[in-house]
Design a protein around this ligand. Structure first.
Ligand code: 4AD
Length: 430
């Protein structure tokens, strides 16, 4: 029976004969002894092949493997304090499944090269761990919304209208008509609340970002909940609860993975609500106090966010933004005209904006007025406006960039490492 390497390292098969299959991680030979370190999706294990303990074919196979050759073997599990993980297999039979060619990734580990061979670099320990972590984060997010009574829906990716402004739209020819890749599933998520009340969509969003930064992708995964009857206050409370849930689940169930990634687990443990909240105006004043140069009416850039986060270990809600710098669908704050009921949730350090959320305009006249103010053609948003004509209700929602969350949760330097195949201004290959 084939067993996962993790079980062997955990001591579940000590002294027993096992079969293992995987890929060669490293190999070294000394005379009649051959060490082949192999990996599978669960771990890395040392195996020892002695010439006089195996048949000729096994010895030849084990001697000729390359890094990343795929292999199967059998043998007895032994303790060996010198081996990684403290276990070793004394091999009795070894077979190469695919020897392949000498592995492409040898010495050149420049970032550009590793991106060119991303399809292979994904096998590295670093990327394997991040992808496992990403999987857990997505799982916990779905868990969370399931517990909170949400439905998961799927929005279209091909759309006719901009959600987040024209400057980052990818346009393409749709059977001789113009169409765009979705910047956000929000407008469609809103349409679902009139039947399902609490929904979320999880889909790729596309932004033709012209700049190269450590937190922008041209294609990213976007989780967008939308809730009927929710005020902006309840909206922020939900965001807080969701982020706390994911951080605490990671700490509780994946401490080993976090430690292997070098993540400060204690810091993550302290990610618990309530998160601090600050009015936009106060945030601008704070940035300026700390040496930044911001005018009221400007949005925060990466440097301003970093300044703002200097004093915070927890994410920070900035809310009550000026209407002028935010999207057309956000509801004006009746208690503070000129500002909208909207928030950004900014992650600590330089991880930047994690979430953008708001209460939506739900009254027909208000929405039509706002479209006009923004010089947007109501015709392009006809179906969206229609939602305000039949039993409209107050509702709120937000958008979380999955890769931004992964970047912060694992404290990674660059967003490109949070997604298997990053799409940026310079790259859509492989
Ligand atoms: O703030 P944004 O643009 O908001 C929206 O798209 C709303 N329609 C969301 C909603 O209310 N349903 O984007 C939301 C989040 C950002 O906070 C950020 O985490 C992420 O999406 N994001 C990006 N992530 C990676 N690369 C980019 N180019 C991103 N642009 C936004």
């Amino acid at each position: 029976m084939y067993v996962p390497i993790k079980e062997i390292l955990e001591g579940k098969h000590d002294g027993k004969e096992v079969q293992v299959r995987g890929w060669v991680y490293r190999q070294r030979t000394s005379g009649n002894l051959n060490f082949v370190i192999i990996r599978d999706s669960t771990g890395v294990l040392q195996t020892a092949i002695k010439k006089d303990k195996v048949d000729e074919r096994s010895w030849e196979d084990a001697s000729e493997v390359y890094i990343e050759s795929s292999v199967e073997l059998k043998g007895t599990v032994k303790d060996d304090p010198r081996a990684p993980g403290g276990k070793e297999i004394a091999v009795t039979g070894f077979k190469t499944v695919c020897r392949g060619e000498p592995y492409k990734i040898q010495k050149d580990l420049s970032e550009e090269f590793l991106l060119d061979v991303r399809h292979l670099w994904l096998r590295s320990r670093k990327m394997t761990r991040i992808m496992q972590g990403r999987h857990h984060i997505l799982r916990y997010l779905r868990d969370f919304f399931e517990k909170e009574g949400f439905y998961e829906m799927t929005p279209p990716i091909i759309t006719k209208s901009a959600c987040e402004g024209g400057s980052t739209l990818f346009e393409f020819d749709y059977f001789k008509d113009k169409a765009y890749l979705s910047q956000s599933g929000q407008l469609y998520a809103e349409s679902f609340v009139f039947s399902l009340e609490k929904v979320y969509v999880l889909a790729p969003s596309f932004r033709a970002e012209k700049s190269r930064t450590i937190r922008h992708l041209a294609e990213y995964w976007h989780l967008e909940p939308e809730m009927a009857w929710y005020s902006q206050k309840q909206n922020m409370e939900l965001q807080e609860k969701m982020v706390e849930y994911v951080a605490q689940k990671l700490v509780k169930e994946n401490s080993e993975l976090l430690e292997e990634m070098g993540r400060d687990v204690e810091e993550l443990k302290r990610v618990k609500g309530p998160f601090p909240r600050m009015d936009y105006e106060d945030a601008v004043a704070k940035v300026n106090d700390l040496g930044g140069k911001m005018e009221t009416g400007e949005d925060f850039g990466a440097d301003e966010e970093a300044l703002l986060m200097k004093e915070y270990e927890l994410p920070l809600f900035v809310h009550n933004f000026p209407k002028k710098i935010k999207a057309f669908y956000m509801r004006e704050n009746p208690d503070k005209p000129g500002t909208v009921l909207a928030n950004d949730l900014i992650a600590p350090k330089r991880h930047g904006e994690l979430i953008g959320g708001s209460e939506r305009i739900w009254k027909l006249d208000e929405l039509l007025g706002r479209l006009k103010e923004e010089k947007l053609d109501p015709k392009d948003y006809e179906w969206y406006v229609d939602l305000r004509r039949y039993g409209s209700v107050p509702h709120s929602g937000f958008g979380l960039g999955i890769e931004r969350l992964v970047k912060w949760m694992f404290d990674l330097d660059h967003i490109r490492d949070t997604i298997p195949y990053p799409r940026t201004i310079k790259r859509c290959y492989p």
